[in-house]
Design a protein around this ligand. Structure first.
Ligand SMILES: NC(=O)c1ccc[n+]([C@@H]2O[C@H](COP(=O)([O-])OP(=O)(O)OC[C@H]3O[C@@H](n4cnc5c(N)ncnc54)[C@H](O)[C@@H]3O)[C@@H](O)[C@H]2O)c1
Length: 251
């Protein structure tokens, strides 16, 4: 077995949970390929600079994860510049709120394209090299919304349920090659996306009341569990979807 997973790709790493994951992995000694869309170039560069302060190699690559050609080019550039990838964190995602009756078809398509197809495309691009090296850690960021869900998020919930189903089958296909595939399901986390659930103090307080830990999550709360799935400590854990939600589903 590879002595330690050293090089990780994190998608959607310019801000929020992806940024916290990147910095958490950097603090644990990972070298990093950080991805986001070109429009996020400046904050992505800032994340990369913060990650570099931990001493590892860090590069930033722009790609829309829903575009196969861009994803293939990103993985090729990762290999050309870093040598290989040991771990991949599929974090890039979007939320477009609408009830089912009025949901524009475009919302459904874009949410599914980025959250579900984007995960598939990145995994498909890295599998040949992970199989060849007989080692890989794949961590897909789903959501408690994919297990439960809230009104006006049916299409988002469907996309995250798709990621979990995809991951369960992927784990079976790639296990013989020393590759694990797991999901993290964040709860309510304070990010630009999370604010949809939190802007109204009444809603925010209602979420706190439903949460065993009695608080809203911080992006950093997600980083440790992701690092576990990217490490050798989780070598015999695969096909799982771990809630990182402060205990919302317990109450
Ligand atoms: N915040 C929450 O409460 C919460 C809860 C559960 C799950 N999640 C999931 O966590 C992940 C991160 O969410 P966040 O809250 O940090 O959101 P965010 O909106 O703050 O960050 C998402 C990042 O993904 C990037 N991105 C969007 N489309 C992309 C594309 N096509 N290609 C590459 N990058 C793209 C964005 O530019 C952004 O940097 C998402 O998958 C989200 O669904 C978030």
């Amino acid at each position: 077995m590879t002595q330690n997973a050293r090089i990780a790709l994190v998608t959607g790493a310019s801000r929020g949970i992806g940024k916290a994951i990147a910095l958490g992995l950097a603090a644990r000694g990972f070298d990093l390929v950080l991805n986001d869309i070109a429009a996020q170039a400046t904050p992505l560069d800032e994340t990369a600079a913060e990650a570099r302060a931990h001493g590892g190699r860090v590069i930033a690559l722009h790609a829309d994860v829903s575009d196969k050609a861009q994803v293939q080019a990103m993985v090729a550039a990762s290999v050309a510049q870093m040598g290989t990838l040991h771990a991949v964190v599929n974090n890039a995602g979007i939320l477009r709120a609408s009830d089912v009756e009025h949901c524009p078809e475009e919302y459904w398509d874009r949410v599914m394209d980025i959250n579900a197809k984007g995960t598939f495309l990145v995994v498909q691009a890295v599998l040949p090299l992970m199989k060849a090296q007989n080692y890989g850690r794949i961590c897909n960021i789903a959501s408690i919304g994919g297990k439960h869900g809230a009104p006006e998020q049916a299409h988002y919930s469907a996309s995250k349920a798709a990621v979990m189903g995809f991951t369960r089958v992927l784990a079976q296909e790639v296990g013989p090659y020393g590759i694990t595939a797991n999901c993290i399901c964040p709860g309510i986390i304070l990010t630009d996306m999370g604010r949809v659930n939190l802007d109204d103090p009444a809603i925010s307080n209602a979420w706190k009341a439903k949460t065993a830990m009695a608080r809203i999550g911080d992006p950093e709360d997600v980083a440790g569990p992701v690092a576990f799935f990217c490490s050798n400590d989780s070598a015999f854990v695969t096909g799982q979807s771990l809630n990182v939600d402060g205990g919302i589903v317990l109450s």
